[in-house]
Unconditional design. Structure first.
Length: 86
């Protein structure tokens, strides 16, 4: 994730995200729900693989499920954040 500033609120994790090129959940921040809204990604809903299987099994339509590692939101074309140097 590219952010213009660090999170101002530790609960909602709002940061002013500039771009997202895939994401993972921080350990200890998810309680095992099959459908939830991740902190810091207002308006987004994340579902588990188990929910995806449920959707496929029952033939639900009118939704697009994108693996988190493939999710992209980059309105300014910034590209992925550079990897930290070691």
């Amino acid at each position: 994730m590219r952010v213009s500033r660090p999170p101002a609120c530790s609960e909602c994790r709002a940061t002013g995200i500039d771009a997202i090129h895939g994401f993972v959940l921080e350990p200890g921040t998810w309680r095992g729900e099959d459908i939830f809204r991740p902190r810091g990604m207002q308006g987004k809903v994340v579902v588990t693989e188990r929910f995806k299987d449920f959707v496929n099994q029952h033939g639900f339509t009118n939704m697009r499920l994108t693996p988190t590692e493939q999710f992209v939101r980059d309105p300014d074309g910034l590209g992925p954040a550079p990897l930290p140097s070691s």
